[in-house]
Every structure is written in C-alpha cells, then in structure tokens.
Design a protein around this ligand. Sequence first.
Ligand code: ZN
Length: 66
Amino acid sequence: MISVAGDKRKAVCVMKYVCEVCGWEYDEEAGYPEGGIEPGTKWEDIPEDFECPLCGVGKDQFATAE
Ligand SMILES: [Zn+2]
C-alpha cells in the first residue's frame, strides 16, 4: 500500500494580507470587487497605488497574514 496522504497540499497557496494600521484584510481568493480588484488577484498584481479602503494607507503598510 502506498499512502501519500500527509501534509502535501497542492501548490495553490492563497495568501492574505492585513493592513497594519487598521486591520483590514485582503484575501487573494476573494479579491476586492468593490475596489475593482477581481477575485483571485495576487497581491503583487494589485496596482502600486492601491490604498486601504478603510484608512487609505498604501501597499507598503500591509503585512502577510497567517
Ligand atoms: Zn487600513
């Protein structure tokens, strides 16, 4: 018997990013349709001029969320 059930998940890793100022969270899977960002948009594909919808800070104020 060969069993490879373990921790090997598929390489689909959905990242979340959280605003360090207000805590607003961006989920790559959900996107941010209200802001014109399609679901599934990778963080690095979001325009550099993106601003937090709540507090208005830029992408550099976001950190990856666990
Ligand atoms: Zn914010």
